[in-house]
Write a protein that binds this ligand. Structure first.
Ligand code: GUN
Ligand code: ZN
Length: 429
């Protein structure tokens, strides 16, 4: 008979979007959740589930918050070792810190070491799924998928394609980018919990020929995601304009090559033109907010309120290592602060939703991950809402659950992560 696991605590799930109506009305708190065969089998009262499943193995988490594992839909796992590099803006930061580090991934042993280091660090921070850029080296993709597969983790990743404006040793060509991406896609896409994302880095590092080849590959594999960067810094936008003088705007450098679509994920999207906003909305593309990166690299303030009100599909991501943290809690705190700077404080329910359901929606995976509901895959995080003396003394006099959760969002980190379960199995963190 299948192993049953019963987890008790304060189980948070979402019944709708906290951006529609009162945020709290979209949430539900239950006493227990049952896991069977790697999926959530039931949510309910502790008494009911205990009585119905006397054979289940029980873990009682007391006052801890049990919720879906965090989902980080825009990361660069190869940038793990150079996170928090000082003093540069985007293009200089890429040339000074990022490209030299990514060069090292030609060595498969190094790729394996960093893939495992990254997955250990992110598990310790409560992140159970991510969508990662790799490097131009197919070995970097192999290393990441192999490590994730061994952990039973749902991940998305792809070979980062670049055929210009990158140093020697870190460029492919239009043809090799197409061929290598296709081999990796055919080998890995849909294997266990792994998905392939077609990954042109951004317009400045791809020739029109390469963007066209990526567009062709996506047209041949329309159920794959496609990930890239869009409109992150004003200097970058100027550069794109000079490289593509005939394009209507930055988005058009993707659109004209078939790289705009519902399964497209566009990172940063800060300085959008009205036409770009409209087109992204029309095709229901995914916009990924990377708040710690946008402040760390000095990129700008994402318009969360305006974009959500317009009906855009928005997720929340670390952008490790342009982002300054592996923690989705730190990322939520940064999203809150940017919301404040734009005159709109996000409710804690909205922040937790963005880092789970919202991000799952951007990956088109909200039918299987990002929430605690019957039949969904059992990836979860257990949050200690009093993980440090500073948080604990604030939480101690909270008037309600949301006031108890907010200090952990604003001040929490990996110390708040009491436990992590992936695919119904407890993970050592
Ligand atoms: N734009 C192109 N590549 C990158 C990257 O690695 N990080 C960030 N933040 N922006 C990019
Ligand atoms: Zn990025």
């Amino acid at each position: 008979m299948a192993q049953k696991t019963l987890l008790k605590g304060r189980v948070l799930s979402f019944s709708g979007s906290p951006f529609e109506g009162e945020p709290v009305d979209a949430t539900q708190i239950s006493e227990a959740v049952l896991i069977e065969d790697g999926r959530f089998a039931a949510v309910g009262t502790s008494a009911d589930l205990s009585a119905a499943h006397p054979d289940a193995q029980v873990t009682d988490y007391g006052d801890h918050l049990i919720m879906a594992g965090f989902i980080d839909p825009h990361v660069h796992y190869p940038q793990t070792a150079m996170i928090a590099s000082w003093g540069k803006r985007l293009i200089d930061w890429l040339n000074t810190y990022t490209f030299p580090e990514e060069m090292k991934f030609g060595d498969p042993d190094y790729a394996v070491e960093i893939a495992n280091r990254y997955l250990n660090l992110t598990a310790a921070h409560g992140t159970t799924t991510m969508c990662s850029f790799c490097t131009i080296h197919p070995e970097s993709v192999e290393a990441f998928f192999t490590a994730a597969q061994a952990r039973g983790q749902r991940v998305v990743a792809g070979k980062t394609c670049m055929d210009r404006n990158a140093p020697d040793g870190l460029r492919d060509t239009a043809q090799t980018a197409y061929d290598q991406s296709k081999v990796l896609l055919q080998k890995w896409h849909g294997v266990d919990r792994i998905s392939y994302a077609i990954t042109p880095r951004f317009s400045p590092t791809s020739t029109p020929e390469q963007l066209e080849a990526m567009g062709a590959l996506w047209a041949e594999n329309p159920d794959c995601l496609m990930q890239t960067h869009l409109s992150e810094q004003t200097d970058e936008i100027e550069w794109v304009r000079s490289l593509f003088p005939d394009a209507r705007d930055y988005l058009d450098t993707y659109e004209q090559f078939g790289l705009l679509g519902a399964h497209g994920l566009y990172g940063h999207v800060i300085h959008l033109e009205p036409r770009e906003r409209d087109r992204l909305r029309e095709v229901d593309a995914a916009l990924i907010h990377c708040p710690t990166s946008n402040t760390f690299i000095g990129s700008g303030l994402f318009d969360m309120n305006g974009l959500v009100l317009d009906g855009h599909r928005v997720g929340l991501a670390t952008d490790t290592g342009g982002g300054s943290s592996f923690s989705m809690l730190r990322t939520m705190a940064a999203a809150y602060e940017i919301g404040q700077l734009r005159g709109r404080p996000l409710h804690p329910a909205q922040l937790l939703w963005l880092g789970t359901v919202g991000s799952a929606r951007t990956l088109r995976m909200d039918d299987c991950i990002g929430n605690i509901a019957h039949g969904m895959e059992a990836d979860l995080v257990v949050l200690d809402l009093a993980s440090t003396p500073a948080i604990s003394q604030r939480e101690a006099h909270a008037d309600d659950l949301w006031e108890a959760i907010f200090p952990t969002i604003m001040m929490g980190d990996d110390r708040a992560i009491a436990d992590v379960w992936i695919g119904g199995r407890r993970v050592a963190i």
